[in-house]
Design a protein. Structure first.
Length: 130
């Protein structure tokens, strides 16, 4: 099989388009129309997790990703863990918006379940909006 070569295609202006010599037909799936293609949601969520500085919050977000999917991580990844109160058995979680706080409140049992690995006595989250 011969390597793909390029030719100018009228639909693309000055962009070069690969084609196969064996079929002499354009291979449309090899064209990149934008210099930086938009990241899919899965990749975006993975990237967001990799950028989280707090190692515990990074682990929590990674587990949320595994259990609940990429959309959930994209909602909570900007939240931050606050202080842990052993007397009240709560950990503070700071959110940027009410929507994020509502989402975390609704699924707090998931986050508490993950946190129990690190703080076995934890019973609740104290959700704050920055």
């Amino acid at each position: 099989m011969q390597p793909a070569q390029t030719c100018t295609h009228p639909d693309l202006g000055n962009q070069k388009k690969p084609f196969s010599l064996s079929k002499m037909a354009p291979m449309r799936d090899h064209i990149v129309l934008a210099p930086f293609p938009k990241m899919d949601i899965y990749s975006q969520a993975k990237r967001c997790i990799s950028l989280i500085e707090d190692p515990l919050w990074k682990r929590i977000c990674a587990e949320v990703f595994t259990m609940m999917g990429h959309d959930s991580v994209l909602k909570i990844e900007k939240a931050t863990l606050g202080s842990f109160s052993p007397e009240d058995k709560t950990i503070e979680l700071c959110c940027q918006t009410e929507d994020v706080a509502r989402f975390i409140h609704e699924y707090s049992f998931v986050i508490i379940g993950i946190l129990k690995k690190y703080f076995p006595c934890i019973n609740s989250l104290s959700i704050k909006i920055k």
